[in-house]
Each structure stands twice: as C-alpha cells, then as structure tokens.
Design a protein around this ligand. Structure first.
Ligand code: ATP
Length: 803
C-alpha cells in the first residue's frame, strides 16, 4: 500500500521551478538595460563583421596595441567579439545569440515569466547548433557561415555518416525540432498540401464558366490516392459546389465508394478530437478565470478606492490647532518634596509606616505611589482619604488602593499649576499618527503623560457624563476632531444631535463631507426632538439593511465586508456598496429622554445592542447622570464610559459604578473606563476657534453633492390604530400583503426580511394588514393567521374594500 503511494508520488511530476532570484526594481532596470545594450552591441558587431571581418583579421593578434586600427563598427571589441562568436564559434547563427540576449533584457526589464525565457534560450541554442552544423558544409569556401564549431562538428559527422547520412541526420533533427517545438504533425503537412491543391482547383474552376464538366473531367483524371486526399479536404468545405456535382454524378461512384473507406477524413476527425481535448482544457482555464473574476478585476482596475470621488481631499493640517505656552510638564521640585513630606507625616500620625515612595508627574495630577510597611491594612489607608486631602489642603485627591497589577497604593494629588494638554500635541503624537485603529480617538494624556488613544469601533459605544462646565463639550469636540484628522469623508459619517442648538453648529459646514441626515430634512444637525426619533429609527433601518448586506456577503462585520468590497468580491449590482462608519453623537441626552422617553430609549437600546458589527457607534453625553436618564438597559450596552467631574458620589456611581468622578478637579480632568480599570486622563483641549478653522478648511474643499442619506423613515404619525384609513396606509401596504399571502405566514419579521424594512415599519404594516382583515390578531409567540388564501382572493378583497 505504502509502496503504491510512493509510486504515485514518483510519477507525479513536480513543476519545474526556477531558483528565485529576487531583484529590486532598480537592479532590474540596470541588469535589463545592460542585457539589451550588450545584445544590441553584439548584433551590430556581427553585422559589421560580415563586411569588415576579413580586413580586421590581421589586427586581432595586436588587440592590445592602440595604433592598430580596426574597421568594425564597434572597433576592436566588436572585431574581437565577432571573431569569438562567428569565426571561432557558431558562424552567422550567432546572430540568434545576440537576439536572445536582447530578449533576456526585455524579460528582466518588464518582469516577464522567466520559465518562458529559459525555453527561448533552450530552443534558440538548439537552432544555433543546428544551423552552424548545416552551414558547416560550406566551411571550406565560406568559413564564417558555420564558424569553427559548425565546420568541425559537420566534418566529424561526415567522417562517420558521410554527406548523405549527415544531411539525413540534420533533416531528422529539424523534424524533431518542428514536432516538439511547434507541435507540427503529419496531418498538418498533408493539410498544407491539400489546401494548396484545393486552391489550385478553386482557381481552376473559377476560370471556367461551365464548372460541371471540367470538374468531372478532373476527377476522372485523379488517381485513387489523389482523389482520397482531395475528398479529405473537400468534405469540410460544404459550400464547395463542384464537389456536390461530383458526388451526384453517377460516373465516379465507384471511386467515391473507396473514398469513404480510405478517406483520411476520419484521421482528421481524430485530430479534431485531440483539438477538442485541448479546447476542454481551455474551457477549464476560462472557468477558473471566471471564478477569480474579482482577482481579474483587481488586476485590471486595482482595488476599489472609496476615496476616489474626493481623491483630492486634503486632511486638515496640524497648523490649524493651537500651541499653548503652558504646555509641557515642568517639575516643581519644591512642590514634590512638600507633598511627599505631608503624605508621609499624615500617614505617620495614623501609625502607618512607608517603605518607599515614588512620584509620577502628569499634566494635572501627580501620582505618589507608596509601598506601606508590611502588615498595614490597605483599607486603613483608603479610609484616610479625607484626612490626607485635608493635610495636603487640596481638592480632588484620589486614593487608589491598591493600584491594579502593581501592588502599591496610589495617591493622586492635583498639581498647583495644571498644564493644558493641547489637541495639537495629541494629534501630532506618534501613537495617534501611526495607529491602525478603525476609529482612533486621541482623548488626551494619562497620568504618566502618555498620549491616550482609544478605538471607538472597539468600545463600541461611549457614554459621557459630567456636571456642567467640566469639559463635556470640549471632550465631544476632541472626539470629532480626532476622527476628522484621521478618516477620509468616505470612511466615516456623523449623525449629530444637539438639542442645545449651539455646541455642534460649527459642524454644519462639513455637512456634505462628513454628515448623514434624513432624506427630507433640511439641516443635517438635529435639534428638534421629533426629528431625533425619526433619525434614530432610520438608523435602525440602516442597521437592518446593513445586516442584510453582511449576511449576503457572508461577512461577520463591517471591516471584513469593506475589505471584500474593496477586493471587488461583492457586486454593486446586488446592492453592495462601500459602507462608511456612522458615529451618532447625542449631546444632552437627559433633555431628550425627559421629553421623548421610551420613543428614544427603545431605538437607542436597539442600536447599542446590535449596531457594533455593522459600524454604527453611539456617543451619548449627559449632564445629569441620574438613573432615570442612564437607565439600566442603556448602561448595560455602553461599557465604555467617560466621567468628567460630577457633583455627588451617587452620580459618580451611576456613571462609573463606583466613586471617583466626584473627586476630579474639573476642566477636562476625567476618568475613563472600558469595563474594568479606571484610567485618569486629562482631556485634550480644543477650543471653538480651532474647531471653526478645521471645519472651514474642510468645508472649503470639494464635497459630495449632498450629505450621506439615511433610509427614509415613515413616522408614527401614519397611525397604528386598527381603524387605519385606507388613504393613510403605508406605501408598501400592497406589496406587504402579497408577501404575507404568498408565504401564508403573518409575521413582521418576514416583512422585515423580504421588503428590507426596519422593525417598526414592518410592525406597523402588520397592524394595517390586520385592520384590513388580511391577517388575524396577535397570537403571542405564534405567527398571525393569514385570512386570505391566495393572490386572486387578495385582489378581490382589496377591490371590494375600495367599493
Ligand atoms: N480639556 C480641557 N483642558 C483645559 N480646560 C478645559 C478642558 N475642558 C474644558 N475646559 C475648560 O472648561 C470650560 C467648560 O468646558 P465645556 O464647555 O466643555 O463644559 P461642558 O461640560 O460642556 O459644559 P456644559 O454642559 O455647560 O456645556 C471650557 O471653556 C474650558 O475653559
């Protein structure tokens, strides 16, 4: 068994592989052009040698001497090279070598298939040898024809085979060459012969007006053999009328009979069979090509570039952002010492000894890490928070006991002079510039003065809370600015909800670049609460539509989907398109939830639960982080939270599930969490004039014809009660009825799938169908009963309704 396997392995030919010689583009240019020039030099020298070879004969021995003149076009080198290749080598067949060298140069330069080049060299050199041996016959009178090698090999062969034997050997060599190289067969010879013959015959018949007689006469003159060859060729030419005449003529019947037997047509058929085989192979190749249509498209047009429509778009330059004088941390040694002493003393007062203390200076706070003496309870230090704050006479002291993963206790003490973390410094940081995150946000700097960059796509939604005046709006602007500096308008769209009507208005200028809106709305920035509800529901429809696209494309998330689309594996005719990320920003969420309640909460919760995979991300900011604003369902779906300073411990608990936010010092001092650790960050500061400059810069550039349009949402006003007026029915009512009747299944999710609708609209459609008596009432988890049996009955039902 094993042996058999081995045999099989042996018989399986491994494809010939050239040793890979990797050349850089520059090396290819140098090497390729060298070969082309060298080959051309050889060619010119050889050509010149034919005329000047004799004259230069004598000068070759004095190659080194400058006085000796040569007549070759390429002087001494030309004369020497020609003598080497032609006189002492292969004779005039050496021209082929020059051509092969030029060809090699072209292959290297254009990076063509090297296996083909090897084949050219192999067959080229065989031709050189064959020709030089052939020309060797004339070596005595014209020695340059075959060169020394050709002459010597020829005479050697003649010694053993004689002239005739040598000629036959060369003919045999030629046959082998033609058969192997050009796949010439015996039939192709006969075909050439036949076609020549038929041409003569055609010419002959064309010159005679009376075609019938001479053809018969010609046939009569044919020998049996010749007639057979003729018929072999005539049969495929169906329009060849003289042949028909010949077949109908009774006279040559006797000849026709053996024709059928002897006719080489069958041989030709056999050959045809072989051709068919070859064609089958071709079909297979074509098939494989069509499978890799996307590869071909990518090879022809390159990957799809979503930024093409605004290919000249310029990202805002760094100069638009302000530099601050108070930037850069200055270490105030005195302050450090003073704080350290106070900490040590305070702890000593409570009998807590310290083994070591270390300080890390951040932009707003300094972290003192202490290692207490062995045997000290951590809770004891934690309880001293207020006492330490008192003794340091500073606001915003936070004790982290212990610092996760470090085994030390941290005491964060605000610096006397806080430094501003400018947006410019975080945007310019290497960490942000080189990040390959999908939606990178440079939030600010950590306590150890490192730039803090997070990926919104990973969060996947963000909840921001903080008392008024503590830096929320600046935080939102920092988030939006980060995305503007990193993402092309084709890659991200913002849906901005701003009930305060002032904070986000600046972004109006980039409406046609970066904003998304409802088809019928005038302003892209939403300030009206009813419009917010429509927009949120529209986003839900967009989400459902995107899920449908992802499902059809067999992708798990938007990143995979977009990669597939860029690789041209998804057909735009099937509704596929490049999907930009959508970032929904809601400022003053409290205001919204107070006025719209469940109507806002439901779509927000739905988006928060489901939208992460399809690239819709939510950022919600609120002043009042109370439980009736940040409800359980919202909290559960927003694992990433930012807390600016809040006024009470309760608020801190609502937003962070723990205290800490109440001990912040304000002005952009914040705590960030993504589920586990709390990270203290100084938010980057971006002022309104800076945002204005950025939006002006972007707004002045070429834009899309309009903002990114979200799917249309038919609002609740269209009614949900069961006594729905016929005129108020949804535009898709009839279609929905047909879907339900055809499937005999009264479910809203069926409509959602088939008509690509959102949850709410399909629910409303079902209500309307119920009101129209097409489906039965709601039956809990079961699908509703369909009361109409088929489409004809449905037509009748709807017609009666109108009457
Ligand atoms: N990151 C920061 N660095 C320095 N100063 C800041 C920072 N963030 C905010 N501030 C200061 O705090 C002030 C108020 O900030 P901001 O307008 O963002 O507060 P807010 O929380 O949005 O207030 P409101 O809820 O009333 O709109 C700013 O004008 C600025 O002076």
């Amino acid at each position: 068994m094993a042996k058999k396997k081995n045999d099989i392995n042996k018989t399986q030919k491994k494809p010939f592989k050239l040793p890979s010689l990797k050349l850089s583009s520059q090396q290819k240019l140098i090497f390729g052009s060298f070969l082309i020039i060298f080959g051309t030099i050889l060619f010119m020298a050889f050509l010149s040698f034919i005329f000047t070879g004799n004259a230069d004969q004598s000068s070759l021995s004095d190659f080194a001497s400058r006085e000796v003149k040569t007549e070759n076009w390429l002087s001494k080198s030309g004369a020497w090279l020609s003598d080497f290749f032609i006189q002492r080598g292969f004779g005039i067949a050496s021209f082929i070598i020059a051509i092969l060298i030029v060809l090699s140069g072209v292959y290297v330069l254009l990076n063509l298939n090297k296996t083909k080049l090897v084949s050219h060299w192999f067959w080229g050199m065989l031709s050189v040898i064959w020709l030089s041996v052939l020309f060797g016959f004339f070596g005595n009178s014209y020695d340059i024809l075959g060169g020394t090698i050709g002459f010597e090999v020829n005479t050697y062969l003649q010694d053993y085979l004689g002239i005739l034997g040598t000629v036959l050997l060369l003919v045999f060599g030629l046959i082998v060459y033609l058969a192997v190289r050009f796949k010439v067969t015996f039939e192709s010879f006969t075909n050439i012969f036949n076609s020549a013959k038929s041409k003569i015959k055609d010419d002959f018949s064309n010159t005679n007006d009376n075609t019938e007689e001479p053809v018969i006469a010609l046939d009569n003159n044919l020998s049996e053999e010749a007639a057979a060859i003729k018929s072999a060729f005539d049969i495929p030419l169906e329009t060849d009328e003289p042949v028909l005449v010949k077949k109908e003529t009774p006279k040559p019947v006797a000849e026709v009979a053996p024709l059928v037997v002897k006719t080489p047509v069958f041989d030709e058929d056999d050959e045809d069979d072989e051709d068919i085989k070859i064609e089958v192979k071709k079909v297979a190749e074509e098939l494989s090509e069509s499978n890799n249509l996307s590869d071909k498209l990518v090879a022809d047009f390159g990957q799809f570039d979503p930024t093409l429509e605004l290919s000249k778009y310029q990202f805002p330059p760094l100069d638009l952002l302000k530099k601050y004088d108070s930037e850069g941390i200055t270490i105030n040694q005195e302050e450090l010492e003073e704080n350290k002493n106070k900490i040590v003393e305070t702890l000593k007062n409570y009998n807590i000894g310290i083994a070591s203390i270390k300080a890390t200076i951040g932009p707003t706070v300094t972290l003192y890490e202490i290692v207490p003496d062995a045997g000290i309870r951590i809770s004891k230090i934690k309880n001293l928070e207020d006492d330490i704050a008192l003794s340091l006479s500073a606001l915003g002291i936070r004790i982290i006991a212990p610092i996760p993963g470090k085994g030390t206790i941290g005491i964060e003490v605000p610096n006397k002079n806080a430094t501003i973390v400018s947006m410019r410094s975080v945007i310019a940081s290497k960490k942000f510039q080189t990040s390959d995150m999908q939606l990178p946000i440079a939030l600010g700097k950590t306590i150890s003065n490192e730039t803090f960059v997070v990926d919104l796509a990973k969060m996947p939604h963000l909840l921001m809370a903080g008392a008024t005046g503590q830096g929320k709006s600046v935080g939102l602007n920092a988030v939006l600015t980060s995305l503007l500096y990193k993402k092309h308008p084709a890659e991200v769209k913002f849906v901005l909800v701003d009930p305060k009507k002032v904070e986000l208005t600046l972004f109006n200028k980039i409406e046609r670049h970066y904003l998304a809106k409802l088809p019928d709305s005038e302003d892209a920035i939403i300030t009206d609460n009813t419009k917010v509800i429509n927009t949120l529901n529209s986003l839900c429809i967009e989400m459902d539509n995107r899920y449908e696209l992802l499902k059809n494309a067999l992708c798990r998330n938007i990143a995979e989907y977009n990669v597939k689309f860029k690789e041209r594996k998804l057909n735009p005719n099937d509704g596929h398109q490049f999907l930009p990320y959508i970032v929904l920003v809601v400022d003053e969420f409290a205001d919204l939830i107070m006025t719209a309640g469940k109507e806002v909460e439901t779509p927000i919760a739905r988006l928060a639960q489901l939208a992460r995979a399809i690239g819709i991300h939510l950022i919600i900011a609120t002043q009042r982080p109370s439980v009736n604003v940040i409800t359980g369902i919202i909290k559960a779906n927003f694992p990433a939270r930012i807390a600016f300073r809040v006024t009470s411990k309760i608020d801190s608990r609502t937003i962070l599930d723990g205290s800490g936010a109440d001990q912040l010092i304000g002005r952009g001092d914040m705590l960030f969490t993504q589920g586990n650790d709390l990270i203290r960050v100084q938010c980057a500061f971006v002022d309104t004039p800076e945002v204005e400059k950025i939006t002006d810069y972007i707004g002045s550039q070429k834009a899309y014809p309009e903002a990114y349009l979200l799917p249309e949402f038919v609002g609740e006003e269209s009614g949900t009660s069961l006594d729905i007026d016929i005129a108020d029915r949804d535009k898709l009512f009839r279609e929905a009825a047909e879907v339900i009747v055809t499937a005999q299944q009264g479910s809203a999710s069926l409509l959602q799938r088939k008509l690509k609708l959102g949850y709410n609209r399909s629910g409303r459609l079902i209500d309307q169908l119920e009101a129209a008596g097409i489906v039965g009432p709601f039956e809990g988890s079961k699908a509703r009963q369909v009361l109409i049996t088929d489409l004809t009955a449905l037509d009748r039902h709807l017609e009666n309704e109108i009457l």
